[in-house]
Design a protein around this ligand. Structure first.
Ligand SMILES: [Mg+2]
Ligand SMILES: [Zn+2]
Length: 176
């Protein structure tokens, strides 16, 4: 299958160092919505793996998070596309879970859901944690410069990391 996995904050929507706590604070990057719709229309399954420690920290609840994801699905659907499985890690950094990136648990969840292998699957993110999670399960690490991407670019990147301006450029590459 043609599977693409995305980080959420900083890739699909604007990131915030103050967390994205309400539906109003969830501000999509319009070209990323279009990119997901284009990929979907071309037969790609686009899944999402997102750290949401703000839940553990009590900044927002699961219902609020789900409202953001419903909005995302709606916006992509308006452009004729579909968002695949969205998995989130609700834990904090000290919870010792297996899902919080840089651990690859969410990528494994997605692979299990689609009964597919992760080797070579592109995982697109904007932080080192995303790239490390990709490497841990033999995915192709892909960095975009949106969100925290420019900051991440200033640090050493895992070997083989692909770098694009944004998700639209990733889609251009995959669809070319
Ligand atoms: Mg991010
Ligand atoms: Zn977790």
């Amino acid at each position: 299958m043609k599977l693409l996995i995305l980080d959420r904050d900083g890739v699909i929507n604007q990131d915030s160092d103050a967390y994205i706590k309400t539906l109003d604070e969830w501000i999509p990057i319009p070209s990323s919505i279009t990119a997901i719709a284009r990929l979907s229309q071309a037969g790609w399954t686009v899944a999402v793996a997102t750290n949401q420690s703000g839940i553990a920290r009590g900044y927002y609840d699961l219902a609020t998070l789900e409202s953001m994801h419903a909005r995302l699905r709606q916006l992509v659907a308006e452009q004729g596309g579909e968002v695949g499985l969205i998995v989130h890690c609700p834990h904090g950094p000290d919870d010792g879970c297996e899902c919080r990136k840089p651990k690859p648990g969410m990528l494994r969840q997605i692979a299990a859901h689609y009964a597919t292998d992760l080797a070579g699957i592109w995982f697109v993110g904007d932080t080192s944690g995303d790239l490390q999670a990709a490497l841990a399960v033999d995915c192709q690490p892909v960095l975009v410069k949106t969100g925290k991407g420019e900051r991440t670019l200033a640090k050493p990147l895992p070997p083989g990391t692909l770098v694009f301006d944004d998700l639209a450029a990733v889609a251009d590459q995959l669809l070319s």
